[in-house]
Every structure is written in C-alpha cells, then in structure tokens.
Design a protein around this ligand. Structure first.
Ligand SMILES: Cc1cc2nc3c(=O)[nH]c(=O)nc-3n(C[C@H](O)[C@H](O)[C@H](O)COP(=O)(O)OP(=O)(O)OC[C@H]3O[C@@H](n4cnc5c(N)ncnc54)[C@H](O)[C@@H]3O)c2cc1C
Length: 448
C-alpha cells in the first residue's frame, strides 16, 4: 500500500514488531534464538519478498534437511533434486517421477500455490494436470505408500508432510509434503544471518523509507478510522474487533473457522554442535526426528485425539552451524518443537530431548541453558497463535480451498475498506508475505 503512495500506519499490540518473525536472547547472553519461525524457504523467494530486494544476508545450509534413522544413517534432502534421488536407491526413479513435474514446472506452479491470489483459471490449468492435482490433494500416508517402496523414501516424505500439522492419513497432507520438498529443490531452505528478526526489521525499514509509521504497544480493539484497514489477525480477533458490524452470516462463518494442534518448543544454548550419529545431519539446517513413516503418522494423529505421542515427531533447526553470529565462538544454539493438542499444557521437554538423544547420543551433556514455550506462552505473546496453532488455522481440505470463509476473494469482508490478511487467508501459514500482498492488491483494485 505504501509503495502505491498510501499513507500507512502499522499498529502492533506487542512491545516489539515481528509477530512470528522475531529473535531474542532466550537462554544465555550471546545466544540469539528465533522466538517463532527459524527457517525461511519463502523468506527470500516468495513473489513479494523477491520484489522488495531486502538488505538481508541469506544463509543456505548445504542441505535443506536431514532425516536420521535408528540404524545410524540419515536420509538427506539435498538442494539438488537429482542428488536427492540418487541417494534413494531403489526409489530413485520413483522420486524423480513424483517430483519432476512440480520441480521443473515450478514457474507455473508458484503463482497458483503462493499467489497473488486468486489465480486466474488459465494459470490453474497450466499448473496442474490431473495426476499432479490428485497428488496435491492426497493424504501423505497413502501417497507415500503408493509412490515409494523403501522405508527411507517414505520416512523422508512423511517428515516433510508432517509440517502440515495434519494426521498423515488426512488430505491434503501429501500436498504439503510435495510443496515443501519442491521448495527445497527450487529455493533452498535458507534463513537470514543474525536471525529471523532481521527479516522483520528489514520490512519495517522499507516501510519507513516509504513514509510509513509503526506504532508498537498499540493493540487494535476497534476499527480504526482509515480509508482501508488490512487486518493481520485471525478470525476470532476480527470478530472481537469488528464482529458487531458484520452481517450474521459472515460472523457465523468466521466462528466456524477451525484451528489445528499447537506446538511445544524448546530453545537450547549448547556447549558444542549436536553430536549426530549420522554425521551428515551436520550439513542440514533442519533435522526431522521421528524415524519411520508409521511412527511419524502415529505422532501426528495423537494431537487430533487430545493426546501427545510418547515419541513425538520433532522439527529441529541448528542455525549456528552455518551462522557464527548466533552464539559465542565454539558454542551453538538449537530450536525444536513438536505438535501437541491445541491449548495443551503438558511439558514435552523430556520427550523432545529424548528424541534428540536417540539420534545424537550425548546431546543432553551439551546443554548450557534452555527455554520452553508451550501453546499458552505463544498465545500470550501473540494473539494470532490461537492455542499454539502456528499456521493460523488448520490446513484441512476445506480450509485450504476456502480460507477463512467460502468466498472467491477471501480477503474482502462485508465492510467496505476492511480486509483480512493473516495466515488465516491464502496461501496460509509460513513466512512469505503473500497473504498481505494479495489482500493489498485487492484493496488497491477496490479503492483506487
Ligand atoms: C514456534 C513457531 C515456529 C515457526 N516456524 C516457522 C518456520 O520455521 N518457517 C516459516 O516459514 N514459518 C514458521 N512459523 C509460522 C510463521 O511464523 C507464521 O505463519 C507467520 O508469522 C504468520 O504471519 P501473520 O502475519 O499471519 O501473523 P504473525 O506473524 O503472528 O503477525 C501478526 C501480528 O499481529 C499482531 N496482532 C494481532 N492482533 C492484533 C491486534 N488486535 N492489534 C494489534 N496487533 C495485533 C500480533 O501481535 C503479531 O505481531 C512458525 C511459527 C511459530 C509460532
């Protein structure tokens, strides 16, 4: 909006800007941790951020992800599509055939999955053939079992699909796995040197250069007086702010919006790098800890039944291996979380650490300091993280296609000039700026 010449004011409820894109010394002095997001496949390369050319030094770990197994080896998700396939033995050809279409056709695929949204029918048709559409809408488990023969390829796929926070039997968890693996091969899974906060600060800097203003400690409790309001809030908050102005049907539709599981997260200050049994894990920015497809599937089903797994699937990031600004010399940081029932108050510290220890014996001896954050902590610091749901709402099939309500242009609300633009709108969770970008494009079309 500012680039189009509008006078923009950002109101942030918290003391600091950034929302899910912040960093802080959460454990010990000199150890810089990412409070929420850590790895940013779309942080440099989403269509919006690409345009902005922000002054950020991006770090690309040699391998996007590693998936260690109990035999002391790891399945590697490499930057290179061919190299990843080469290392899958019997499943080499199958991996190539599953991912070839999406990786080589990424240019067509990207605007449909990321936006600007809604995509034109012409774009939809050129991006998807029937088989890709089927895979994109499938459950991860059936897709992995149908497409791959080896436990290694199935485990690799399951670890990526589990980012969906859906049971792996449920649609479209398979599509999320396909999408994430494709981003590893097209963009890489990088992150800003110095931490996620650098991205938020760079965005703030760009806005201020354009004459925009940012007010922190400025919670919005009622509709501000403005020609346009772009609300980066979840449906519950939109209802709180503007609910009594909405027609009953729209308000009821927002009330029906569903949140998914929450997360329980640990940040560690470490006395050295994590001693992975499979050395190759040290080449990866992200490590998926959960063993086999079957084990990950059980872990991801549990939160939907109000339980947590005894051996939860853990997503771990180890940025200090590639960014020496994060910790004092020779020391390291690590970030990890697992999925828990929405709003759950259980302490998952021991279970998460046991999963790291399982694949990196001796890990616990390196811990110098740690901080734990559960769903209530996240929600207290950011009202967009309802019950710990980091995706701004479940990405089940209904809410993938219609987010947050069943409307062709979901950013528009019934009030002229009021738009919703958080991750509760397409394309959903993740740090990409595309929800706001699409909403702003719609607002500019409507109002100018
Ligand atoms: C633990 C965790 C790990 C994650 N890991 C990753 C990752 O590695 N990679 C990735 O891409 N994504 C990750 N994410 C997801 C990512 O952070 C979110 O999808 C993204 O930040 C959502 O952007 P948003 O603008 O919708 O909301 P947010 O980033 O949450 O921003 C919303 C802002 O609005 C403010 N706000 C809300 N209501 C009001 C109000 N009424 N008045 C004033 N201000 C208000 C909030 O305080 C907040 O600052 C993670 C999230 C969490 C919590």
């Amino acid at each position: 909006m500012a680039r189009a010449g509008w006078q923009v004011t950002v109101h942030e409820a918290e003391e600091t800007i950034g929302g899910g894109v912040r960093s802080a010394e959460l454990t010990l002095p000199g150890f810089m941790h990412d409070v929420c997001s850590a790895i940013h496949p779309l942080g440099r390369d989403s269509p919006f951020f690409r345009e902005l050319e922000l002054p950020i030094e991006w770090i690309q770990p040699p391998a996007p992800a590693a998936h260690p197994l109990d035999d002391g080896t790891a399945v590697m998700l490499e930057r290179s599509f061919l190299e990843t396939a080469e290392r899958l033995g019997e499943d080499r050809g199958r991996y190539l055939s599953v991912f070839h279409r999406v990786v080589s056709g990424w240019r067509d695929f990207e605007p449909v999955v990321l936006g600007p949204y809604p995509p034109s029918p012409r774009r939809l048709v050129s991006a998807f053939d029937l088989s890709l559409a089927r895979m994109g809408l499938a459950g991860a488990r059936s897709l992995a079992e149908r497409k791959f023969k080896t436990g290694r390829a199935r485990a690799l796929f399951a670890g990526n699909a589990a980012h969906s926070m859906l049971p792996l039997e449920r649609r479209p968890s398979g599509g999320v796995g396909l999408f994430l693996i494709a981003t590893a091969h097209t963009y890489g899974w990088g992150f800003p040197r110095g931490g996620s906060q650098r991205l938020a600060d760079a965005l703030a800097g760009r806005l201020q250069e354009l004459g925009g203003e940012i007010r922190t400690d400025s919670p919005v409790d009622e509709l501000p007086r403005a020609d346009a309001v772009l609300a980066d809030v979840v449906p519950r908050e939109l209802l709180r702010i503007a609910g009594n102005h909405f027609p009953a049907r729209y308000a009821q539709a927002l009330q029906r919006y569903r949140h998914g599981p929450g997360v329980f997260k640990l940040d560690w200050a470490l006395d050295g790098p994590i001693p992975w049994a499979a050395d190759e894990c040290g080449r990866a920015g992200t490590v998926h800890l959960g063993g086999t497809l079957e084990e990950i599937a059980a872990s991801e089903r549990a939160p939907w039944h109000g339980r947590h797994a005894e051996r939860p699937f853990v997503l771990l990031a180890q940025p200090s291996l590639f960014d020496d600004s994060r910790a004092p010399a020779g020391k390291h940081t690590a970030w990890a979380y697992c999925h828990v029932p929405n709003g759950c108050r259980d302490d998952m510290t021991d279970r998460i650490e046991a999963q790291v220890e399982r694949f990196a014996p001796g890990f616990r001896d390196l811990i110098l300091g740690k901080t734990a954050s559960g769903p209530a902590d996240f929600e207290r610091r950011n009202r967009n993280i309802v019950g710990g749901d980091i995706n701004g709402g479940a990405i089940d099939l209904g809410q993938l296609l219609f987010r947050p309500v069943r409307k062709r242009v979901p950013y528009r609300t019934p009030l002229r000039g009021l738009y919703i633009c958080s991750s509760s709108t397409p394309p959903g969770g993740g740090v990409h700026g595309m929800s706001g970008y699409s909403a702003a494009s719609v607002a500019l079309r409507d109002l100018t």
